[in-house]
Every structure is written in C-alpha cells, then in structure tokens.
Design a protein around this ligand. Structure first.
Ligand code: MLT
Length: 215
C-alpha cells in the first residue's frame, strides 16, 4: 500500500513513460478501463474529466497523439480537413494498438473501451477495423470514414456507440452513416445516434454515452 505522500510520485511516474506520453488514472472498478482519445489540438489531459463523468470508478488511460499539425497534437496526419493520409492512418493505428497492449501489461488492465472525440474517434474507428483485438468496445463522438477501403475485419459483435451531430460542419450525415455501415458490415454491434448539434460535444452526448456505457 502506498503512503499518501507517495501518490504524487507514483502518478507522475506513470505519466510520461511507455511508447506514448499519457496519463493513467487507476480506478477501483474491475469493469473495462476507458481509453480516452482527444481531438485535434488536445492532449492527454483533455478527456479525463469526461472519462470521470462517464465512469467514475473505472481506470482511465489517456495517450497524446504523436502527430503534430502546426503544433497541434493529432493521432494521424491529414492532407486537408476531412482528407486523410491513409498510409499514416494505418501506421499510427498499429502504433497506438501496440501502446494499448504495452500499457495493459504495465498497469495490468483488461481490454479498454475507447472513448474518442473527432480525430480521436477516427483513430478509434481505425483500431476497431485494423486491430479489433485490443478493444472491448468504443464510443465514437463525431467520427467519420477514415479509410476508403478498410481491411476486412470481424468485430464479433463488439459494442460501438457512434454519436453524430446533424449540423456538424466537418462531418456530413452521409459520411457518419457510411462509417456505421462499415462497422456493421464488419459485425460490430453498432448503435448510431444523431443529435441536433454541431461538431462540439454537448450534455446530450454525455448523457447518451453514460447510459450506453452503464447499460
Ligand atoms: C480529423 O480526424 O481530422 C477529424 O475528423 C477532424 C478534426 O480532428 O479536426
């Protein structure tokens, strides 16, 4: 048992080691930890409060994307808004999957549920289609199609919640629907919800995601 004074060092020690800069917050629940994946310009601190709201007792693992776009962290390169460097998507999805395995062994974690926003949701969708074995499910907040021709995957009924916005200026409704269809074709158990909102997250996202996670 750690002396309370040692907690700071313990947590700080867990922050920057391993292959991705990350935060790890241990939880008391044995339920699947949450893998928090931030949007463009975010970092490993961004989604911690969302994670704590969604699942106060679960462990939280939050890596920082390794790609920089004008100084803004992302999980893979893009050529323009909504136009992705697909070779980089593939490479970065494998790197992130390897980190999930590495962190799982280091912190003794079960397979996490990814909670990704925007660019983080897109890399989570790439993980589902390329390395489904590293996740137990995913919440994709404002996700879009990231690969024109995804590999054939079998998600074996893994649960996936997609939440889109009807007036999202970055993601047309048809694109989000195509992603849902892609994941269903790969045998994911997809629930796709559309809220009357834009790209930013709202309280309704939190309510829906929390209900789905604790269902
Ligand atoms: C992306 O991956 O580029 C997102 O869909 C949009 C963004 O992160 O700004």
């Amino acid at each position: 048992m750690l002396d309370p004074w040692e907690w700071g060092d313990y947590l700080a020690g867990m922050t920057h080691e391993l292959s991705f800069t990350h935060r790890f917050e241990p939880g008391i629940s044995t339920a699947a930890p949450l893998l928090l994946l931030h949007g463009t310009g975010g970092d490993e601190n961004d989604l911690l409060s969302l994670g704590k709201t969604l699942a106060p007792d679960r462990s939280l693992l939050s890596p920082r994307g390794r790609v920089l776009e004008n100084g803004m962290p992302r999980f893979f390169r893009r050529l323009a808004e909504g136009i992705f460097d697909e070779q980089d998507v593939i490479k970065r999805a494998h790197e992130l999957a390897d980190f999930i395995v590495e962190a799982g062994e280091n912190y003794k974690l079960s397979k996490p549920v990814a909670v990704g926003f925007s660019n983080g949701a897109n890399i989570a969708a790439a993980l589902l289609l390329m390395r489904p074995e590293v996740l137990s499910g995913a919440i994709l907040l404002r996700a879009m199609v990231h690969l024109a021709k995804p590999p054939q995957a079998d998600l074996e009924e893994k649960p996936v919640l997609i939440i889109s916005g009807t007036s999202d200026p970055i993601i047309p409704a048809s694109n989000a629907a195509l992603l849902a269809a892609m994941l269903r074709k790969a045998h994911a158990n997809v629930q796709h919800e559309t809220l009357p909102t834009g790209h930013s997250l709202t309280q309704n996202d939190v309510t829906l995601a929390s209900k789905w996670l604790n269902r």
